[in-house]
Design a protein around this ligand. Structure first.
Ligand code: NOJ
Length: 576
């Protein structure tokens, strides 16, 4: 057990805590919390299981690998793990193509291994959130096989979204829609009918008007809740409810439809919340209630509130920092807006810089701004195999550390992605034959996909796959991974790993309320004050800034001479 567990308890009786981020009453969120509000301030660590730790030496990470690293996660100081899909899957989309929602991919282990893993995490005080993928199954799912074998108009086909094709024999697609991964969104099945897949061909969309679909997901939620999972991350939560009229609009017409009114045919329809009201009733059957966080890329941002409401999923991802440049004004606006939105919904917000879908932030921040778009998406750099534009890796890491230390001082949940605690950068030069992401294959020359942030974690400075497993890694690891491995950073107080460990331990000790105030600062500096004299000051500028009075508790880079260096964040304790 980590020594921090005893030192850093939670405060207060959470049952008295209201759901408002600006309040000053006690909150929960520490590892010892076993109550309904544990998630509000939790640090959640995302594990992409195939790339975390490989216990059986087949090149693919697995559940026993996670079990073997439970001590590492406890030492890091996270409150919960979010586990990306581990279900049986052909991996057409990294596991987001699920064959069976109530089993474990044999390459990753078994249900028994799952039980051992969850016990190991719970024994360390770490909760477990599993990914649930309700918009689509895989094309190998039993129901989709049945749908293909059954005739048009059958109950088996009604579980998915089938349509007659156009043309005399249905040889033309029902509409010219493009899937999210590029290429057509409708695929023919050979009898004049076509099925809808908003993502890959192997991911047929469910028909959520079908009662069997609705009931089956409630069974799945209970299945994992009964096995002890503490919550769910809901994939593409805003796509489930669809309304397809007899005359389908064209791609252009679809794109022109208003997404802000809850009436778009595909995305963020108001009736999607009826589904989550049913889910909430299931979550509330458990004690403490199971939690959920929506992956809902909705716009305008206030539309997140219903996903995050207590009658719905309870929390929704805010990806605003992940999309923002390293810029004080942008950060300030995003922080203010999201704390307000969370207050409106009664939820707490969620901060994210990196996940399995985007270029890692240590790299993103090392790339020049994207012309007239402020966001450093890294797309051009990835397409060039990491050659152009020039990457300033040192600046990227410096900014990533500063941004993360500021983020960890904010109220709300902090979602970390495996490897960011090592300062890992994106791998750009993966050979075409090794790539796995469907985006790479479906949009050649436009997108190289997301494999570069999914490269297996380096645990040791050398050896086979840098300690990931005994027999290589399913995506090639670059030589520079060794220098960023856990082994290389262990014992180095200036390392990124030490920064994360120190920050999480201190956060557990210092964070007693959800209140946040802004202190006056120059335009390049953000200065936030939390209760009990905890302050964070981030200098986004290229020159030094004044260092406010106080005891420096932690800094994202060297601080000397009473100044706050460029692109650096410090945590201070003041007596005020
Ligand atoms: C969002 C997931 O994060 C992403 O990885 C996946 O490809 C799509 N949803 C489709 O399931």
């Amino acid at each position: 057990m980590s020594p921090h567990r005893h030192r850093y308890g939670t405060t207060g009786d959470s049952t008295t805590a209201e759901r408002h981020p600006h309040m000053t009453e006690p909150i929960t969120g520490g590892r010892a919390a076993a109550d309904a509000d544990w998630w509000r301030q939790a640090v959640v660590y995302q594990i992409y299981p195939r790339s975390f730790a490989d216990a059986n030496g087949d090149g693919i990470g697995d559940l026993p690998g996670i079990t073997s690293r439970a001590g590492y996660l406890a030492d890091l100081g996270v409150d919960a793990v979010w586990l990306s899909p581990f279900y049986p899957s052909a991996l057409a989309d990294g596991g987001y193509d699920v064959d069976d929602y109530r089993d474990v991919d044999p390459r990753l282990g078994s249900l028994d291994d799952f039980d051992v893993m969850i016990k190991a995490l719970h024994d360390k005080g770490i909760k477990l959130i599993v990914d649930i993928v309700p918009n689509h199954s895989s094309n190998r799912h039993e129901w989709f096989r049945q749908a293909l074998a059954a005739p048009k108009g059958s109950p088996e086909r009604d579980r998915y979204v089938f349509r007659d094709g156009l043309g005399e024999r249905g040889e033309l697609p029902p509409a010219d829609w493009t899937s999210m991964f590029g290429g057509p969104a409708w695929t023919p099945v050979g009898d004049g009918q076509w099925y809808l897949h908003l993502f890959a061909i192997e991911q047929p969309d469910f028909n959520w008007r079908n009662e069997e679909v609705r009931a089956d997901f409630l069974t799945t939620l209970r299945f994992w809740s009964d096995r002890g999972v503490d919550g769910f991350r809901v994939d593409v939560a805003h796509a489930l409810a669809k309304h397809l009229p007899d005359d389908l609009p064209s791609e252009t017409e679809l794109a022109a439809m208003d997404k802000a009114t809850g009436t778009h045919l595909l995305w963020d329809r108001d009736e999607v919340h009826d589904i989550y009201a049913d889910w909430r009733r299931v979550f509330d059957e458990y004690d403490p209630p199971r939690i959920a966080v929506a992956e809902a890329w909705v716009n305008p941002p206030w539309r997140r509130a219903r996903y995050a409401s207590a009658e719905g999923l309870g929390q929704a991802f805010n990806f605003d920092l992940l999309e923002a440049d390293f810029d004080a004004g942008a950060f300030r606006r995003i922080i203010t807006d999201n704390l307000e939105q969370a207050a409106d919904s009664g939820s707490s917000t969620t901060w994210v810089f990196s996940n399995h879908d985007v270029i890692r932030h240590a790299t993103r921040y090392g790339l020049p701004p994207n012309g007239d778009q402020p966001r450093r998406s890294g797309r051009a750099w990835l397409l060039s195999g990491g050659a152009e534009p020039a990457l300033d890796a040192a600046a990227g890491l410096r900014r990533a550390r500063a941004a993360t230390l500021l983020m960890l001082a904010l109220p709300g949940s902090a979602y970390l992605y495996q490897g960011e605690e090592l300062g890992l950068g994106e791998v750009a030069d993966i050979p075409a034959q090794d790539r796995q992401d469907p985006t790479f294959f479906r949009s050649p020359g436009v997108d190289v996909g997301r494999d570069g942030c999914r490269v297996p974690i380096p645990w040791t400075t050398g050896g086979d796959s840098f300690g990931f497993g005994d027999d290589g890694a399913h995506l090639p690891q670059p030589e520079w991974f060794g220098g960023l491995s856990v082994e290389a950073q262990e014992g180095d107080p200036a390392s990124t790993l030490a920064l994360y460990r120190d920050a999480l331990a201190l956060r557990r000790e210092l964070q007693t309320t959800e209140a946040l105030d802004w202190a006056p600062s120059g335009p390049e500096v953000l200065h936030v004050k939390r209760a009990g004299g905890w302050e964070a000051v981030a200098n986004f500028g290229a020159g030094p800034a004044p260092l406010p009075e106080g005891e420096v508790l932690l800094a994202s880079g060297p601080v000397e001479g009473g100044e706050l260096p460029p692109e650096t964040t410090v945590w201070l304790r003041t007596t005020a």
